[in-house]
Design a protein around this ligand. Structure first.
Ligand SMILES: C[S@@+](CC[C@H](N)C(=O)[O-])C[C@H]1O[C@@H](n2cnc3c(N)ncnc32)[C@H](O)[C@@H]1O
Length: 199
């Protein structure tokens, strides 16, 4: 008799950091810090992916509130990146990804680069990934320069670190990847990079 527990595949778990994104500031109420997203659900990456990959569980971590429809395989935590990651089991996550979020923000969604915060984030991500799991971060050149030393000093093995230019298609993956450069004059536009770190 084959041992079924060894043959049944574990469900894959994917974490999206900073996945909610866009807000219309006119909807922000007085004194409200973490106001809700007003982006249509079908433009949020986690929504699209959770509908497409039903056999994968998705966990979003974002300070913004998300109140719209979620497929059953999408769980959303309204938390800081570090606080959300701490809630996950060690060695349990297959992929952690972020677009225009990690490397840009620190506690309270403050848009400043905090070296200690980012070091903690990379360490935590490493802890939470399964062996062979990946951390993928999409960002522009200035933020890549700021993160570079932290990546070099991280626990991710040197031979399993990749940084590559994103293709045009990849740059359409999220709302802010599309909009960030579009708001700039052509000569001011940044290159988008994809960092891939494997445990
Ligand atoms: C520029 S948006 C990017 C959204 C989406 N990934 C995209 O590319 O369209 C950054 C997101 O990160 C979230 N965020 C910023 N700082 C955060 C933090 N410290 N913890 C959790 N979420 C944070 C914001 O609420 C926002 O949803």
């Amino acid at each position: 008799m084959p041992n079924l527990t060894n043959t049944i595949r574990r469900k894959r778990i994917v974490v999206h950091l900073g996945n909610i994104g866009y807000h219309d500031t006119s909807t922000k109420k007085e004194g409200e810090v973490y106001y809700k997203s007003t982006l249509p659900a079908n433009q949020i990456k986690t929504h699209k992916y959770a509908k497409r990959f039903r056999d994968i569980d998705f966990i979003g971590i974002d300070l913004k509130k998300y109140t719209q429809f979620r497929p059953k395989n999408w769980m959303q935590m309204q938390l800081d990146f570090l606080d959300g990651l701490k809630k996950l089991e060690n060695n349990s996550i297959d992929l952690i990804s972020s677009e225009m979020s990690v490397g840009y923000y620190t506690k309270g969604a403050k848009e400043i680069f905090d070296e200690t915060y980012n070091r903690q984030l990379l360490n935590l991500a490493y802890q939470k990934l399964v062996p062979g799991g990946k951390l993928m971060i999409a960002l522009t050149t200035p933020r890549l320069k700021l993160l570079r030393q932290i990546i070099i000093e991280s626990q991710f093995p040197k031979r399993k670190r990749k940084i590559k230019l994103m293709t045009k298609k990849e740059q359409e993956r999220t709302y802010w990847l599309q909009k960030y450069n579009a708001a700039l004059k052509p000569e001011e536009r940044y290159a988008y990079y994809q960092i891939i770190l494997e445990k």
